[in-house]
Design a protein around this ligand. Structure first.
Ligand code: SF4
Ligand code: SF4
Ligand SMILES: [Zn+2]
Length: 271
């Protein structure tokens, strides 16, 4: 397998992966979505809530706020040596929120939560939690824990993880009269007209929709769209809980571990 990084920053990563198949890509995708842990609020102790939203709704909204995750300092609750239902400093991070709207209506934002660990805080300070009218108050204590996306979507470290085949575009220059219809219809601006020729401007953006083939007036079409079934483009967008590179390396480590375990347990019976 060959892997090429096409784009990478803290939250996004785009890879070109060659010499693999759909089964492997799907296993990797499922690892990223369901198995790589991250932090999320898992328990809320409501001390005072005079807002119009019920306690459960506020707890639900708090759970969905992505939190920066320190994966190396915390244990999954089920693997923590404390074996306690309430957790300990190694498997739980307490956060608190105490806001009152004194004279006018105001919005309570994620950035107003205080965390016992400054490394485990909301990814964004501007996520609205609730609106408080004059003299309403929200006071609570919340506990964040590591968890996995297979248990609840709030523990998914990615907001998007998708792969597609690498497109292949062939233009028959002998039959193409450069009418430009394929360029006009392409929703992703993959094609461009250069003089009396059609060029592929951005191959990676092609969604394989085949609109350009359908619109071509030549019979058969002068443009052909296909794909390489062993080469994939993988896109990952982190929620900000973990850097995109860390999500990838954790997923690969886990997939590798699971495949090793599967091989160990697999016994082939021969007659
Ligand atoms: S629509 Fe067909 S003929 Fe027209 S420019 Fe595109 S490929 Fe060439
Ligand atoms: S298949 Fe769709 S996205 Fe790809 S080049 Fe043709 S029109 Fe554009
Ligand atoms: Zn613990």
């Amino acid at each position: 397998m060959e892997v090429e990084v096409i784009e990478k920053d803290d939250t996004n990563i785009r890879l070109l992966i060659r010499e693999t198949d759909t089964a492997y890509m799907n296993a990797l995708r499922r690892m990223i979505i369901s198995e790589v842990p991250c932090m999320a609020i898992d328990e809320v102790v409501m001390i005072e809530n005079s807002s119009v939203l019920q306690d459960e709704m506020i707890a639900h909204r708090l759970g969905l706020i992505p939190l920066k995750t320190d994966l190396d300092s915390y244990n999954l609750p089920e693997e923590c040596p404390c074996k306690s239902e309430f957790g300990c400093n190694l498997c739980r991070v307490p956060l608190a929120l105490d806001v009152e709207a004194e004279n006018e209506t105001r919005t309570v934002y994620s950035g107003e939560m205080t965390s016992e660990n400054p490394d485990v805080v909301p990814v964004s300070d501007r996520i609205p939690i609730v609106k408080l009218a004059k003299e309403q108050r929200l006071r609570l204590e919340a506990y964040a824990r590591l968890g996995k996306g297979k248990k609840h979507a709030k523990w998914q470290p990615v907001s998007m993880c998708a792969y597609k085949f690498l497109p292949q575009i062939k233009i028959d220059s002998k039959r193409c009269d450069a009418c430009g219809k394929c360029v006009e219809i392409c929703p992703k601006e993959v094609l461009a007209k250069s003089g009396d020729k059609i060029e592929v401007r951005d191959l990676m953006a092609c969604t394989l929709c085949q609109d350009c083939v359908d619109v071509c007036p030549q019979e058969p079409s002068a443009i052909e769209i296909s794909w390489d079934k062993n080469t994939f483009i993988l896109n990952i967008e982190s929620t900000g809980a973990l850097p995109s590179k860390r999500i990838m390396t954790e997923a690969l480590k886990m997939l590798d571990g699971q495949l090793k375990e599967f091989r160990k347990k697999l016994k082939v019976k021969r007659k």
